[in-house]
Design a protein. Sequence first.
Length: 234
Amino acid sequence: MSLQRGSSKVPERKRNHPDVILVRVKESSGFGFTYLSEGDYHRAADHFLLPALAYAKTDVNDVEQRRTLAYDFLWRYFAKPHGREFFRENIRWIAAAAAREKFHQEAEFGTVPRVIVIERRNNDDGIIIRAAAEYLDHPGYPRAVIVGKHIYGGGAAHFFDSAAEFEKAGQKAPTQDVWLPQIVYRLYEETPSVVLGMPKPGKGQELGVECQALSFGMRARLHERKVPITKPRR
């Protein structure tokens, strides 16, 4: 999952889990969850699904019931994203469970997508779980900026559908809710499609940010700005 600067496409191996599941609850915000291995992915899904199945007194081997439960809780989250019953960790579990049920057959053939997006369907209130191949085509700006580390499972995310959208956000003054896109914009002239960042202690009382870009084994470039932008525009 780590960035490979200037590398060619890596021969594809069988894939039984996604590297990232992106949950776009609103148009430009949501979560980006990472899964380091097939075991990590299944543990996350089972953290939600096994207790839910036991509570519903449903057979764990009943494919339709598993899918119904996973999709039902995913819908509840989208309908009430700020509900007290939802927090970062259990949303990560629900996302893994719903994606696992959606791509159950693909897992049998080792063709689970590397990047999966869960978002509202156009023109109605439905939800779609889809392969997100666009994240494998790196346009030079981050399509997703995630607060967190990939080894910690990711976290809150902001999404950008164009370079202009990212530039507009990056030029704004940081706020308590939106601050990582501004830092990424200030530091990097070009990035892969997904950038993660997490605060870390700096020298003295300063607070730094540790960033990591994901290329998903594809050709991508990460270029720092020759002249860093020091002050976001207000």
